[in-house]
Design a protein around this ligand. Structure first.
Ligand code: CA
Length: 752
């Protein structure tokens, strides 16, 4: 029995004694409704204590305007007949206004909101919700079909609202998953509570606007929000570099778990926030981070971070420099920060006075860094100190044995033995520094709802059935048509001819039974089109363009022309691709705008006689910081007589919200690549705005040069140990940045 129910029973007993039972019974009515019209007719009649019950089934295009005046003892409720059996689909939304409203048990799926929010705690600017609650509600994949269209899933307005035990998973269009707004006086000092929610996987957005939770905006950031965010589980929330963007004051972030989530809990704007008892498990996943500290009076205590691989602003713990007399939307100086009793274990980076530059010159002041435990088994010094940190007092910290650490005053260095306690966290046997032994990370199963599955991590390829085929007309097309997601189609040796475009809206592996034994020729301008939800792995095959039509701009593989909500993967392994040369500009991969590959991998493959690009990843021309691939890895492959570039990779704009793109080229050979006059950048490898680049141990022969343009951030570019024969010198240009060129070029050999 909940406290509220108990209170109402108590009230009922009391009122019975006073002969007021009829009044109360009238208040306590339940109304089952089965249509939009019944619902709309009922809502204006609702009295305190009433409940509207939505009949089980699908509610398509359901516009839920739920309002009324409940009381603390007699709220007005809206619930599913059975939890999880009311499916709200199509163009639907929920708006609450009034007071003491409770909504529970709904599932939003298979649709999207036509408004700016799926769930908003207001009906209009003047009609907000107070003392209201949404609980045990699911929003799953309810994304606007246009990736770049911005909306929120949940927007909290008003005061004293609670959002708890909900499941939000799979937002893939632009826009914060959940926002707390402070844009009117009635929404400030709101004392909202956001607790026990399951924030499920959010794919990499590849641009700004992929935060999972934002509280406030820079404009209102000097107001107090007084929002409590506790005991939530953030599972692989990878949208962008801020998992949580705090932009207001006096909030509490307590007891949350961040599991393999790329990005950080960022104290971006606003003062006097408390971050305690949170647990971050990175498991070494790229760009997993912890807490970034900016502004005044932030208290960071008793948090536990383990296995966080993030660097720069995405490190395990980052204390920023500020801008003197900062404008509201830049960086306020760190003042009176208390960072105490945290454990930072097997994590790669702690950054102090981070972001120090001509503009961000205000170093942290009046701050304390004490009683923290910092331990890495390899004795690595994880600190980077970018500027004067005399404004931080270091005391009683414990460091695993580090040879000549940058910071030593206030740090004890000892050989630590770490053991994992029953709570799953590591502790030093002989030290009390770091997070307390009482810390109990919230279990995933204790968040969200019990009746809706939480998504597990599955491999992209190979988790489905194996389908064997032999060469015959239509064999590949038909096999893919009937295959389930994750299927492996195994091709017996021989030649396969494909007469029509193969659309892929699921993950498919095409694998030769014998490497090099199965050859595919095709009659259309493309062989494969990756559609939303699709991914493709090619292994051991020979693909030839010799039968493709004589037209310009063919592509062996293309993405669908419309934008895609879901990111895809493309793997080409042990495969030969040749003779894409019937006309000019015949690419291997050509992508459309607003599509994002999570991963493109080319391993141990050969490419010959191709007139276009191997990878044409330049569909984003608006300079909005959007791009077409997060990771491109090419290893052990050869490219011969390629008219276009191996890669033309474009990430425009100067927005700093993304970790990618990443590009890696190793152990490969390029001969006669990029010299076609139609290859506009005039490069064999053209990288614009790529954040992480590793080009090493390759041979470039009689090819166009590598051209790299740094645009934003602090790109990590390494070009090492390559041999260039008859190739112009590597060009690296800094376009927008005042920094010196940061590229590292070592041991490259040039000859004629
Ligand atoms: Ca952002």
């Amino acid at each position: 029995m909940t406290n509220t129910t108990a209170a109402r029973v108590g009230l009922r007993a009391l009122l019975c004694a006073c002969s007021a039972v009829f009044t109360l019974d009238a208040l306590a009515a339940e109304f089952l409704v089965r249509s939009q019209a019944e619902f709309d007719g009922r809502v204006p009649q609702l009295q305190a204590g009433d409940t509207v019950i939505l009949g089980n089934g699908e509610w398509r295009d359901f516009e839920i305007d739920f309002y009324g005046a409940g009381t603390a003892d007699a709220p007005i409720s809206l619930r599913a007949e059975n939890k999880g059996e009311v499916r709200v689909t199509g163009e639907s939304f929920l708006r609450l206004a009034g007071s003491h409203l409770v909504v529970s048990g709904l599932v939003f799926t298979d649709g999207f909101t036509p408004l700016s929010s799926v769930i908003a705690f207001r009906r209009s600017e003047g009609e907000l919700a107070y003392h209201s609650r949404v609980t045990e509600t699911v929003i799953d994949g309810f994304s606007n079909p246009e990736r770049t269209e911005t909306d929120y899933w949940v927007t909290l307005y008003g005061r004293h609202n609670r959002f708890d035990h909900n499941h939000l998973s799979g937002k893939s269009n632009r826009g914060v998953t959940m926002a707390v707004r402070l844009d009117s006086e009635d929404s400030r000092e709101n004392f909202h509570r956001i607790d026990h929610n399951y924030f499920g996987p959010r794919e990499i957005l590849g641009s700004n606007g992929g935060e999972t939770l934002r509280i406030g905006t820079s404009h209102y950031s000097l107001f107090d929000s007084n929002t409590v965010v506790e005991n939530n589980y953030f599972d692989r929330c990878d949208g962008e570099l801020e998992i949580i963007s705090n932009k207001s004051g006096s909030n509490i972030f307590r007891g949350n778990v961040f599991f393999e989530s790329r990005g950080t809990l960022t104290m971006r704007h606003g003062n006097g926030n408390l971050v305690e008892d949170n647990v971050f498990f990175g498991n070494g996943v790229d760009h997993t981070g912890g807490i970034r500290v900016i502004n005044a009076r932030q208290e960071i205590r008793n948090n536990y971070m383990e296995g966080l691989a993030g660097y720069r602003f995405g490190g395990a713990l980052v204390v920023m420099n500020g801008v003197p007399n900062s404008p509201i939307n830049r960086y306020h100086q760190v003042d009176s920060a208390l960072i105490s009793g945290n454990s930072i274990i097997e994590s790669d980076h702690i950054q102090l006075a981070a972001g120090s530059d001509e503009e961000r010159s205000a170093t942290p002041i009046n701050s304390e860094f004490s009683n923290n435990l910092i331990a890495n088994a390899n004795g690595k010094d994880v600190f980077t100190v970018y500027d004067d940190v005399s404004g931080i007092e270091f005391a009683d910290n414990v460091l695993n044995r580090v040879e000549s650490p940058q910071l030593s005053d206030g740090f004890g260095s000892a050989e630590l033995t770490l053991t994992r306690a029953d709570n799953g966290l590591l502790y030093a046997a002989d030290s009390d520094a770091g997070a307390s032994r009482d810390l109990q990370p919230i279990a995933k199963r204790s968040t969200g709802v019990s009746w809706y599955p939480k998504p597990e991590a599955t491999p992209t390829f190979g988790h489905g059935e194996v389908i064997d085929i032999v060469p015959s007309a239509g064999a590949i097309f038909e096999a893919i048509e009937r295959a389930q997601d994750g299927a492996v189609i195994r091709l017996a040796s021989g030649q396969y001819s494909v007469e029509r475009l193969i659309g892929l809206n699921k993950s498919i592996s095409l694998v030769a039974a014998q490497t090099g034994g199965a050859e595919i020729v095709f009659d259309r301008s493309s062989l494969f089109e990756i559609q939303d939800g699709g991914s493709l792995l090619l292994e051991g095959l020979v693909l030839s363009g010799e039968r493709a039509p004589d037209s310009a701009g063919n592509a062996l593989i293309r993405t669908q022309y419309m934008s895609m909500l879901h990111n895809y993967e493309l793997v080409i392994r042990d495969t030969t691709i040749r003779d894409l040369d019937i006309n000019h500009s015949f690419d291997v991969l050509k992508v459309a705008k607003s599509t994002l590959a999570n991963w493109i991998s080319i391993e141990n493959s050969r490419f010959e006689n191709i007139t276009g690009h191997i990878l044409r990843l330049n569909a984003e021309v608006e300079d909005l910081g959007v791009y077409n691939a997060e990771y491109v890895d090419i290893e052990g492959s050869s490219f011969t007589r390629v008219g276009g570039a191996l890669v033309e990779f474009y990430r425009g704009g100067n927005d700093e919200s993304t970790f990618g793109p990443h590009f890696k080229l190793t152990e490969s050979v390029l001969v006669d690549v990029g010299l076609n006059t139609r290859n506009k950048p005039g490069a064999s490898v053209f990288l614009h705005g790529v954040q992480v680049t590793d080009v090493s141990n390759n041979r470039f022969e009689d090819s166009a040069p590598i051209k790299i343009e740094h645009t934003v951030g602090e790109p990590r570019t390494a070009i090492n140990a390559n041999a260039f024969v008859g190739v112009d010198v590597v060009e690296v240009r800094e376009l927008n940045s005042a920094f010196d060129n940061t590229a590292v070029l070592n041991n490259n050999q040039y000859s004629q």
